[in-house]
Design a protein around this ligand. Sequence first.
Ligand code: DGL
Length: 254
Amino acid sequence: MRIGFFDSGIGGLTVLHEAIKVYPHAHYIYYADTKNVPYGTKKKKEISELVLSAAEFLSEKNIDLLVVACNTATSVAIKSLRKKYEFPIIGMEPAVKPAAERSKGKTKQNRILVCATKLTLKEQKLIDLIADLKASDKVDLLSLQKLVRYAEDMKMDSKSVRKYLKRKMETVAWEHYSSVVLGCTHFLYYRSVIQELIPSHIAIIDGNKGTISRMLALLPKKEKLKLKLSFYKSGKKSKTKPYQKFLDFYSSIS
Ligand code: DGL
């Protein structure tokens, strides 16, 4: 099995980490569009072109399956990707569903804060998702766009990151909330910093496990292949080491 993973940068490694943990029998081919990160501040058309060209690159690597480990890319391009390619494509969207289930029936402390990139928050796909869950009256949106750059620069717990997150978290009236949804794969590196800055009754929810269980359902159960990882940086072969550093860091905090 050859499984393509795609993200604008190193955010998708948090999803790859989950995949390797439960299915270490595949050749994972990870594409980070480092040259063009961040996507969340770009125009839809540009993102769509970038995603399609990355998918074309991965399809030439004969992948059997593609995981778009990026909420922003999914919200813009998933439909065109599925139209174009025969192999199954798994996308990601902010995990509002489990968050809504958690606050079901509650009349207090039932609000949900969805944190994502600027673009994901603007897209109709998210608005429709929230409306379908009948949660429009209890969801609030917060962009944490700057975390994408911080993560790319491996600033995981620096003074500036803490200051930025503290400032953002202070704007929220937490006594009304039940959960925070991390709707961008880059944000998962900051789960514990965020947890420290908000009250302990707030659950931090992400979509990684759900994404990987959808992937597992499409894979053969008895695969004997040994794990292999290949990395590409905007179309160029890259060394494993820089990516391994992120995978190791993520496994130390998750
Ligand atoms: N990791 C991405 C996501 O899940 C995109 C971040 C960006 O490039 O702005 O949305």
